[in-house]
Design a protein around this ligand. Structure first.
Ligand SMILES: Cc1cc2nc3c(=O)[nH]c(=O)nc-3n(C[C@H](O)[C@H](O)[C@H](O)COP(=O)(O)OP(=O)(O)OC[C@H]3O[C@@H](n4cnc5c(N)ncnc54)[C@H](O)[C@@H]3O)c2cc1C
Length: 292
């Protein structure tokens, strides 16, 4: 299908991009890597009169440390994030997650800001970022605001951005040396395939037991799903296979999967059960070894 005609805008600054977004509102779409948007425009899922290309906004491309936090610019390309020593030092599980998603061509174009903003339930980077306690910095025409990553997506393909706002940064807090994280992702084939389900686990050890935990499931709900009861079941407990197997059963019950081409609801719950136990075991190992 041919693209419907649109006017392309190439702002030089984020402030100008926000102004254009506010001016054209729902008639406009921001373009980052285009790996999601261009597919949507070409397939007719979406049609807009104005496309605002964020590609020239170098201010949003970097990856840096800001005091205690790791700051990933919204326009940082997935491949660069995965290869970044800064990211690998703070949250290696994010690098591993990106290495598993899509194919090389997509990772060389797609951005983390786009992965969050598209709000697709099987997007891979939001669950691990949420598990690590990330925050999202949003830039608007008037001011800047920050929301928790877990509050950014409201429903499938719907996020908290208002007209004239762009996702500017993903901020990942310093991770305690006693913590570890891991994302386990299941696909129907190797190579470029969307996740049937994923589970991101984060644990912080307090002596020999688990002091804090977060378990976030992807592709099994309208947005990243926090398995709250699963996480609670871990607190104060000694890490071990029986505990993690039981936690997997709780997470499977908390998932909100649908049945589709990639798997039935029950299949996804079964997968979540296994992935949760694996992710928790790997996260705990990392927390113990200090090699997150
Ligand atoms: C073949 C193929 C395989 C894929 N495999 C995977 C996969 O395994 N896992 C996965 O998670 N995804 C996958 N994707 C989806 C896509 O590549 C990713 O979601 C990618 O990260 C999107 O980033 P982008 O920069 O290309 O976004 P774009 O396509 O440019 O934008 C996506 C959406 O976000 C909005 N947007 C982008 N940046 C901003 C911003 N800074 N502020 C506000 N709004 C913004 C756009 O307006 C648009 O609505 C795949 C896509 C393809 C085509």
């Amino acid at each position: 299908m041919a693209l419907n005609p649109f006017t392309l805008h190439c702002p030089a600054t984020a402030a100008e991009a926000c102004r254009l977004g506010a001016q054209y509102g729902r008639e406009a779409a921001f373009l980052a890597g285009g790996t999601e948007l261009l597919v949507d425009l070409r397939s007719g899922r979406r049609s807009v009169a104005h496309v605002i290309d964020l590609g020239g906004l170098t201010e949003l491309k970097g990856i840096r440390s800001d005091g205690e936090e790791l700051v990933i610019g919204a326009l940082a390309v997935l491949a660069d994030i995965a290869a970044s020593p800064l990211v690998r030092n703070v949250l290696p599980a994010l690098c591993e997650t990106i290495d598993q998603m899509a194919g090389r061509q997509i990772r060389n174009l797609g951005t983390m800001g786009g992965n969050f903003s598209c709000g697709v339930p099987c997007s891979d980077t939001p669950p691990i970022a949420c598990a690590a306690g990330a925050e999202i910095v949003i830039m608007g025409t008037e001011d800047e605001r920050t929301v928790r990553a877990r509050d950014f997506v409201l429903a499938p393909r719907v996020n908290v951005l208002r007209p004239g706002e762009i996702l500017a940064e993903i901020r990942i807090p310093a991770q305690p040396p006693t913590s570890g994280a891991c994302c386990e992702r299941f696909t129907l084939r190797r190579g470029s395939a969307l996740a049937v389900a994923s589970v991101s686990a984060w644990v912080d050890l307090d002596g020999g037991s688990i002091g804090d935990a977060r378990v976030v499931m992807g592709a099994v709900g309208p947005m990243p799903v926090f398995a709250e009861r699963c996480a609670e079941s871990l607190i104060g407990q000694q890490p071990g296979p029986d505990l993690f197997a039981a936690a997997g059963r709780i997470a499977a019950a908390e998932a909100q999967p649908i049945s589709d081409l990639r798997g039935s609801e029950q299949y996804r719950r079964d997968i979540v059960q296994v992935l949760t136990a694996r992710a928790l075991a790997a996260a705990s190992l990392r927390a113990r070894g200090g090699a997150r």
